[in-house]
Design a protein around this ligand. Structure first.
Ligand SMILES: C[S@@+](CC[C@H](N)C(=O)[O-])C[C@H]1O[C@@H](n2cnc3c(N)ncnc32)[C@H](O)[C@@H]1O
Length: 295
């Protein structure tokens, strides 16, 4: 079977109306996408559905649907024909696998790879973290995750007790464990992330060294704290995260845009000696060492 896909743009305030018109016209699905030139929506709170102010709407219909009739119905419902109108024919394929097309084994240096579960590791004797994309953030494709994986691979946390704060899929905690960390505590404010982290840790054979914690739990004293969240959250949590590090403990912060680095570094500077930012695709990682006795 083949399909007809209709794409157009409109203000988010009109999305509900457009969706009702599309469904009445027989749409099989309606998807809201980021507009080509829009600002990204980064990390909505758990359960929140944040939209861009302008949306790209993608609606799927059976191939026989009459696109001109759908355009006319939308024009009537919305008061004007939508901008950026495009009609595309879609051939049928194994859609349940299509989203994995671009997901391939990735190397982060130091013999660390992230490898999809249905592919063979290119280097079977390397440290191979087996992971598929899921509902929780974190596969290694995003620069913020990649920066942390590179940092871990360059200096494996052998024998350390590690906290992964904002664990998402658990990718950083699991990488730390596979690279020799003694234990890892994975923390997130999204219950789905804690479930994903546990499952991914089981798949990688490290679940017995991992504890998952909700975000309001007390943090144990730790040798190494990783946090890939957003700059504002990292700043707000500076006291809590730096406070969990033992003197001499290692801090690795990510999720920070280059222009935000100085402000985040300032928030951690009272407790930690901060190194110069490490940059990748406009994002930075900030490394630090907790000051104090023995540091
Ligand atoms: C960018 S993802 C990082 C996931 C993974 N650690 C990685 O590096 O790919 C950020 C994660 O932090 C979580 N998060 C955001 N704000 C948080 C908060 N205040 N406390 C705990 N977790 C938070 C989100 O739910 C999300 O799973």
């Amino acid at each position: 079977m083949s399909w007809k896909q209709i794409v157009f743009e409109l203000p988010a305030s009109r999305a509900g109306l457009a969706e009702a018109v599309l469904e009445a016209a027989g749409a099989l699905s309606v998807t809201y996408l980021e507009p080509i030139s829009g600002e990204p929506v980064l990390e909505p709170a758990p359960g929140a559905t944040e939209l861009w102010s302008e949306l790209r709407v993608q609606a799927l219909f059976p191939a026989a649907a009459d696109a001109e009739d759908i355009a006319a119905r939308l024009a009537e419902g919305l008061g004007a024909r939508p901008e950026g109108w495009r009609v595309e024919a879609l051939a049928d394929r194994a859609w349940e696998r299509a989203w994995m097309d671009d997901y391939r084994p990735m190397s982060f240096g130091g013999g660390l790879w992230v490898v999809p579960t249905d592919m063979s590791p290119p280097e079977p004797h390397a440290v191979n973290l087996r992971l598929d994309p899921g509902l929780a953030f974190g596969t290694g494709t995003h620069p913020t995750t990649a920066l942390c994986l590179q940092g871990l691979a360059a200096r494996p946390p052998a024998g350390a007790h590690v906290i992964d704060y904002g664990c998402g899929s658990g990718v950083l905690a699991i990488a730390a464990l596979l690279l020799g960390a003694r234990t890892a505590v994975a923390v997130d404010n999204d219950p789905q992330a804690l479930l994903a982290t546990r499952e991914n840790a089981e798949r990688n054979g490290v679940a017995h060294r991992l504890t998952v914690l909700e975000a309001d739990a007390a943090l144990p004293a730790t040798d190494c704290l990783l946090a890939n969240i957003l700059a504002g959250v990292l700043e707000a949590l500076a006291g809590r995260l730096a406070g969990a590090l033992r003197p001499g403990g290692r801090l690795m912060l990510s999720g920070i845009l280059a222009e935000q680095a100085a402000s985040v570094a300032r928030a951690y500077a009272p407790a930690c000696g901060m190194a110069a930012p490490v940059t990748r695709s406009g994002w930075v990682r900030l490394d630090g060492v907790r000051r104090g006795e023995g540091a």
